[in-house]
Design a protein around this ligand. Structure first.
Ligand SMILES: Cc1ncc(COP(=O)(O)O)c(C=O)c1O
Length: 352
């Protein structure tokens, strides 16, 4: 009954979305603030009769809006159902183990090895440096590979590779291989590599509406890059699902891109809460990695990460723990509102 392909699958495990009780949910890096208030007005007035029709398979208006924001052409933008789908299409389109393994950091978004297994792509994990940063030199030392992917800021560390280092990597890496940068968390203080796209035709940037735009439930992502690479993604999409972004998502995406002032305000709130929260944790003796994302990766020496995760869960606070050698003592804590983080601090003060 089951295909041999299916039996070999080793799926990604999403963060818990428990329904059993009310938690302070700091485990899946959702934004604590609501999305643009303009969306509510739009939804109230939306003509439901329109849902009879298919959505625009090319997402033209949304791509135009995004293109305007980044000062590129709409032909350089691809829209997907969440950035996970965009990543999956990129893996299919650009990475091929006959040319060597795909390279990604030792600790990074755990969906990357899942896509590799799904599409049969060999991969190699490149160790982080001793500060937990992506190590450009180590990537460049690998003799043969079919491409590179890393998240910037990286997950789960939150550390952002400065743009000069991204440029150094691109300058010294073969131009015939794609370098894919997953900027899911770029809105929280990191510098985007989008401006390098004009210089590097092998560079693709994957973005999401889930984090900075507070629309994780909508499922909308996009890719920016050279027209030829974007064209390839359309070919993959049209061989899989012609309408990845529904009509409501496309319109809500357009509205969100246009409401920069609102999003800037909530992003600044997240950033200032993150910085306050990090300092408070450090005062309590925690080791906190320097984050440019909407989460902190932190450890309390002498207390296993799993224990922190389980104890906090009992107290109604959810964080994320990865049981992986080398980072097993850390927990990843999403930045919520100031009140959320004050409550967190009060709880851990009692505990450790
Ligand atoms: C590094 C990274 N990339 C991509 C995603 C996927 O985001 P989405 O599919 O919601 O756009 C996530 C989700 O948490 C992430 O952490």
């Amino acid at each position: 009954m089951f295909s041999s392909r299916m039996k070999r699958l080793n799926p990604y495990i999403p963060g818990e979305q428990p329904q059993d009780r009310k938690y302070l949910k700091l485990n899946t890096n959702e934004n604590p603030y609501p999305p643009s208030p303009r969306i509510e007005e739009f939804l109230k007035e939306f003509d439901i009769g329109k849902l009879r029709l298919y959505s625009d398979p090319l997402s033209v208006r949304l791509r135009e809006k995004i293109a305007q924001k980044y000062e590129v052409k709409k032909e350089q933008i691809f829209i997907s159902n969440g950035s996970d789908e965009a990543l999956s299409f990129c893996f299919y389109a650009f990475f091929d183990s006959t040319h060597g393994p795909l390279l990604f950091p030792e600790f990074t978004y755990s969906f990357y090895p899942v896509y590799c297994d799904f599409y049969g792509i060999a991969y190699e994990r490149i160790p982080l440096d001793n500060q937990f940063s992506v190590n450009v030199e180590a990537f460049l030392k690998r003799p043969k590979s079919c491409g590179i992917i890393f998240a910037n800021p990286n997950a789960p560390t939150g550390i952002c590779l400065p743009i000069e280092n991204v440029r150094e990597l691109l300058e010294n890496y073969p131009r015939e291989n794609v370098v894919l940068i997953d900027e899911a968390y770029i809105d929280f203080g990191g510098e985007s590599a989008v401006r390098l796209i004009q210089d590097f035709k092998n560079l693709l940037i994957v973005m999401t509406f889930s984090k900075g735009m507070s629309l994780a439930g909508l499922r909308l992502g996009y890719v920016i890059g050279h027209e030829d690479l974007i064209d390839a993604l359309f070919t993959v999409k049209d061989s899989f699902n012609s309408y990845p972004a529904d009509m409501l998502s496309q319109s809500i995406g357009e509205i969100s891109i246009s409401d920069d002032a609102y999003y800037r305000t909530i992003r600044e709130k997240v950033i200032s809460t993150r910085d306050y929260f990090g300092l408070e944790l450090e005062k309590l003796g925690w080791h906190v990695l320097p984050s440019k994302a909407n989460f902190l990766y932190a450890e309390k020496k002498g207390v296993p990460g799993k224990e922190i995760y389980l104890t906090l869960k009992e107290r109604g606070i959810l964080v994320r723990h990865f049981d992986i050698a080398g980072i097993e003592d850390f927990v990843r804590i999403t930045v919520g509102t100031r009140d959320d983080m004050s409550r967190f601090i009060e709880e851990v003060k009692e505990l450790y």
